[in-house]
Write a protein that binds this ligand. Structure first.
Ligand SMILES: *Cc1c(COP(=O)(O)O)cnc(C)c1O
Length: 351
């Protein structure tokens, strides 16, 4: 098999970063206790507690859909509801898993201007009904950064958590790209989570350079009661857990978790800058993490696709480009150059 030139359709196209892979190989040298009672898993959980400066309860699962769904299910009874943005992954891309694993908790969807949940939107949904016929609001969930790459500031998270506390709601954070938000804000993981009122965080490993795996952090340990059983029942308890946990040691202890995110963010900003002057091409969202969403004439995007470039157009509208830990600057420059040529060719044809 030949290696294909790098694409930027998804950060899930990337491979495993060396730090995560080395840790996985180290964990492969010999045997270890199964189902998470091993020293690799202990050390990975400790690395999280150190990084977050918190005595959190940590769990490792295979993917983000499971992490989000099981975390939300642990905060809800079946008659509860979860407030989220209309564009939230839990609403648009998890095939109903949050509702399924919570045995029916309803997602209450807020239409907001830029895909961020706001205190007002939460209040409006949480107080729209208080009668017995409507599922009782119990949790709000925010995605940091959002599905379209916007980053909530610490003040915005604080304002959201204040209204949640007032209304008796727990606050969950989908951090599939959590490191990218840390890189953008230059804050510590603790400041952005428990320090700002987050109760439960799903921290994405896959988009940070791991082969597979997400971590769930309960900052309030009481909320994690029986969560291990929930994971097992959902098919999310890895028997050889060390291969799910050890890569975190590589990422967290080396600082690669942040370096990888900084790299993706920098290349996204670089790409946006390289195409900023193109007529008819416009970023749909401010570039605050590792994604660039471009609005461009359909004919221009067709030309780009005809040159072999892959990108999604069903998320956020326009063409989405994602820059992972391994994004190659030369390849990004090639993408920008090809987009420039596509615009030029289309302009020439129209003239
Ligand atoms: C990628 C992603 C997830 C996790 O998706 P899985 O494919 O289930 O691992 C969750 N939330 C957001 C915002 C994502 O982008």
């Amino acid at each position: 098999m030949t290696t294909q030139p790098q694409q930027f359709a998804s950060d899930n196209y990337a491979g495993i970063c060396p730090e995560a892979l080395d840790a996985m190989l180290a964990a492969n040298a010999g045997s270890a206790v199964a189902y998470g009672d091993d020293e690799w898993t202990q050390r990975a959980a400790d690395a999280f507690r150190t990084l977050f400066d918190a005595d959190a309860e940590i769990f490792f699962v295979f993917n983000g859909t499971a992490a989000n769904s099981l975390a939300l299910a642990s905060l809800c009874q079946s008659y509860h509801s979860v407030i989220c943005a209309a564009s939230a992954h839990v609403e648009t891309d998890e095939c109903g898993a949050p509702e399924f694993f919570s045995n029916g908790s309803k997602l209450l969807v807020a239409q907001t201007a830029d895909g961020k949940l706001t205190p007002d939107a939460i209040r409006a949904l949480a107080t729209s009904r208080s009668d017995i016929h409507f599922p009782k609001p119990r949790v709000a969930t925010i995605t940091q950064p959002t599905e379209t790459g916007q980053v909530y500031t610490i003040d915005e998270i604080r304002a959201i958590s204040a209204v949640c506390r007032e209304l008796g709601l727990k606050l969950h954070m989908d951090g599939a790209r959590f490191p990218h938000a840390c890189a953008t804000l230059g804050c510590t993981p603790g400041e952005m989570t428990w320090g700002a009122g987050i109760d439960v965080l799903c921290f994405g490993g896959t988009k940070n350079g791991m082969a597979v795996g997400e971590a769930i952090l309960f900052f309030d340990r009481a909320l994690a009661e029986d969560f291990d059983y929930r994971c097992k029942q959902a098919g999310q308890l890895a028997s050889k857990m060390r291969f799910l946990s050890a890569p975190w040691i590589g990422l967290l202890e080396s600082g690669a978790w942040l370096r990888n995110a900084e790299h993706g963010n920098a290349l996204a900003r670089g790409f946006a800058a390289q195409v900023a002057d193109l007529p008819g091409v416009r970023p749909i969202f401010p570039v605050e993490s590792n994604s660039v969403f471009l609005e461009a004439p359909a004919a221009v995007l067709d030309r780009l696709a005809a040159r072999g470039w892959r990108f999604y157009t069903f998320i956020g509208g326009g063409a989405r480009f994602m820059f992972a830990w391994d994004a190659q600057p030369e390849r990004v420059a090639q993408l920008a150059a090809d987009l420039r040529e596509a615009v030029g060719a289309e302009t020439a044809q129209a003239a």
